[in-house]
Write a protein that binds this ligand. Structure first.
Ligand code: DAH
Length: 360
């Protein structure tokens, strides 16, 4: 048979087979049968060596052309099949974006963040704004402006994490409390000032009830006629709302903080008789925060005239408050990023607490 005829037959044959191949495996079988080592085209090519130069001049290009065309047809069919498979998969994975979202509990608000939100809602309702400050502070805002004299032992009490000293010898530090935000608030605005400041704080401490990073909320009120009575009413009311009880009673014990005078620790009435703490009833007291009237030296450091203005401040630990309110026995899982724990104790992030809508 003349070579042209053979080429035409193979091309017609293989063309039909390729067109009707339904998957990649079928295509591969065709490729092997025609172009593989023992394929029809390859066997014909092997005969080129025994041909006369004239025959070879015709048969060579004819066979090479056939090989190229078959390869191109195979590749085109393969691309078509791949595209069809992809379309089929995409069709089966189609998402209807007009459907309403499914609220599955895939993530949750940490109880500490929930308590931040709850207290922010309560204090916002009393006219407080939320202030913030940096986690990395300097000595002035964390200590000096708050009336901690250089070398004062209270600085040591804070077990501070210091940064490496800068070229000028000064050392930045991780803030040991949220009180430096008071200083920033007073330096950047004029009285009357009413702010709360939530934030992370850091101390070198690590045991069952202490973690090197924990959370505080600072409160600050500066005005011309502010007194301890305002402090007491404001905080007592805030904790009744926070613990969602009709009333709480509070008592103040004298204490020392360098930045307040007088200083106090505030306790609220609780009942420990039943194994768990109940707030707002009973004969026991629960220490809840530190507070006091802002020391005149602090006002002065912040550019506020202590003859004209006075104010109160308070600082409370949020982690323990969250443990109390939500019955969590241990502090350490707070920082373990355990999905099961957060599923159990976490809050739905789209249900933010409000004073009117309910806190928890
Ligand atoms: N900064 C104090 C601490 O971390 C807490 C504190 C006490 C803050 C009394 C205040 C305050 O604003 O008036 O121990």
């Amino acid at each position: 048979m003349a070579i042209e005829q053979q080429v035409a037959e193979i091309e017609a044959d293989a063309g039909k087979a390729i067109a009707s191949a339904s998957d990649e495996a079928a295509l591969e079988a065709i490729r092997v049968a025609e172009l593989g080592k023992k394929g029809r085209v390859s066997l014909l090519m092997r005969e080129l060596g025994g041909m006369s130069p004239e025959q070879r001049q015709i048969a060579g290009p004819a066979l090479n052309g056939l090989k190229d065309r078959l390869t191109a047809t195979l590749n085109a069919r393969k691309a078509d099949l791949e595209l069809a498979a992809l379309n089929k998969r995409l069709e089966s994975e189609r998402e209807d974006l007009t459907l309403p979202p499914r609220f599955e509990p895939v993530g949750a608000l940490h109880p500490v963040m929930q308590v931040f939100e709850e207290l922010a809602a309560i204090f916002a309702d009393m006219g407080f704004a939320v202030a913030e400050g940096p986690d990395i502070e300097d000595d002035f805002h964390n200590f000096t402006a708050l009336n901690f004299p250089a070398g004062h032992p209270a600085r040591e009490m804070h077990d501070t994490f210091f940064m490496k000293p800068a070229a000028d010898g000064t050392r930045k530090l991780l803030r040991t409390h949220t009180s430096p935000i008071q200083v920033r608030a007073m330096l950047s605005s004029k009285p009357p000032i009413r702010v709360i400041a939530p934030g992370r704080v850091y101390r070198k401490d690590w045991d069952a009830t202490h973690t090197p990073m924990f959370h505080q909320i600072e409160g600050l009120v500066v005005d011309e006629t502010v007194h301890m009575g305002h402090l007491k009413t404001c905080l007592t009311e805030a904790f009744s709302r926070f613990f969602e009880v009709p009333t709480t009673q509070s008592r103040f014990r004298p204490h020392f903080f360098p930045f307040t005078e007088p200083s106090a620790e505030m306790d609220i009435r609780c009942d420990r008789s039943g194994g768990e703490i109940k707030i707002g009833q009973g004969d026991d007291w629960l220490e809840i925060l530190g507070c006091g009237m802002i020391h005149p030296n602090v006002l002065k450091s912040c550019g506020i005239d202590p003859e004209k203005y006075q104010g109160f401040a308070f600082g409370l630990g949020v982690d323990r408050l969250a443990m109390l309110k939500y019955g969590m026995p241990d502090l350490r899982p707070y920082f373990e990023a355990d999905v099961e724990w957060i599923k159990h104790y976490g809050f739905k992030p789209w249900l933010l607490p409000t004073v009117t809508g309910g806190l928890s």
